[in-house]
Design a protein around this ligand. Structure first.
Ligand SMILES: [Zn+2]
Length: 299
């Protein structure tokens, strides 16, 4: 299957690539759940072999600069395939700079130094994300809104999640240990989002199909991909990350339209972006918002 990560990764001073790196069943999910960047796999480390082939050989190196008295350590990944852009990504793993093969260490240092404040502010922001504990008053995003959670215990075999009157009501069994409880409730939310994603994305694809569809009607699948918002298979199958359900509906529309456009153009060439923009004239703004959203996502 050929996959298409959404949009192009952060270029230079664009938003950071903050990648999903654990499943939501991980008890540490809030602390580890960084949003997915728009055009890169939502992957924390490494890349699939396919992507490595596309990107060309890589060499990884480390360096550091000092900005306002703070040392910024960063990893450098050189790619023969990358020609023109330098990207910096900030995640819980640290700072990573993606550069063309021949860029010198001093050029990279200058690039990082120019963005020192930006990098430090994003590192600070990441460090403020508290691990989720599933306590009353905590919230999770759904369709772009922060929904508070309330919890009650009952004689149930496992946690049940309902959205009622703008509140997530979680009914949970008595007696689970803290870690087990967070894991179980995380699983229940995963199921809940997954189901809602199935409904919402099929509906969204149906709604956009007359405008942006191409060829035989696509099958829509929901995945816990952790690597990307969506993808478009060579057979036209559209796969979406259930986490899109945390986004505002118009950003979900963008994710869907992006993948539908890949039915006609299977790369991220200017032709592709022109096509997307013909469907959604405000696509640059949506992409920008999507990148920003990704930073604060919790699951
Ligand atoms: Zn794409």
């Amino acid at each position: 299957m050929q996959t298409h990560p959404i949009a192009r990764a952060c270029r230079g001073d664009a938003s950071p690539g903050l990648f999903w790196e654990t499943s939501p069943v991980d008890p540490r999910m809030r602390s580890t759940g960084q949003g997915g960047h728009e055009d890169e796999p939502l992957r924390r480390t490494g890349r699939p072999a396919r992507r490595d082939r596309r990107e060309g050989a890589r060499v990884t190196d480390r360096d550091s600069i000092t900005h306002g008295g703070t040392t910024i350590n960063y990893e450098i990944r050189r790619s023969k395939r990358r020609k023109k852009t330098i990207e910096v990504r900030v995640s819980r793993d640290g700072v990573c700079v993606y550069v063309p093969w021949a860029v010198s260490g001093s050029e990279i240092r200058e690039f990082v130094r120019d963005r020192g404040s930006w990098i430090l502010s994003h590192l600070a922001r990441l460090s403020e994300i508290e691990p989720i504990r599933f306590a009353d008053g905590e919230t999770l995003a759904y369709l772009g809104r922060e929904i508070p959670m309330v919890f009650e215990t009952a004689d149930v075999s496992g946690p049940e999640v309902d959205l009622e009157d703008g509140v997530f009501k979680v009914t949970e069994p008595v007696g689970a240990g803290d870690e087990e409880r967070v894991e179980m409730i995380g699983q229940a939310f995963l199921k809940w989002y997954h189901y809602r994603a199935g409904e919402h994305l099929v509906e969204t694809v149906d709604r956009w199909w007359p405008v942006a569809g191409h060829g035989p009607k696509s099958l829509v699948l929901i995945r816990n991909q952790r690597k990307r918002w969506g993808s478009c298979g060579v057979d036209g199958t559209l796969r979406f990350n259930w986490r899109v359900m945390m986004l505002e509906p118009d950003l979900i529309d963008y994710v869907v339209v992006h993948e539908l456009a890949h039915l006609q153009v299977r790369n991220h060439s200017p032709d592709f972006w022109n096509l997307v923009q013909s469907f959604l004239p405000d696509v640059p703004q949506r992409r920008k918002r999507l990148r920003q959203k990704a930073i604060g996502m919790q699951l």
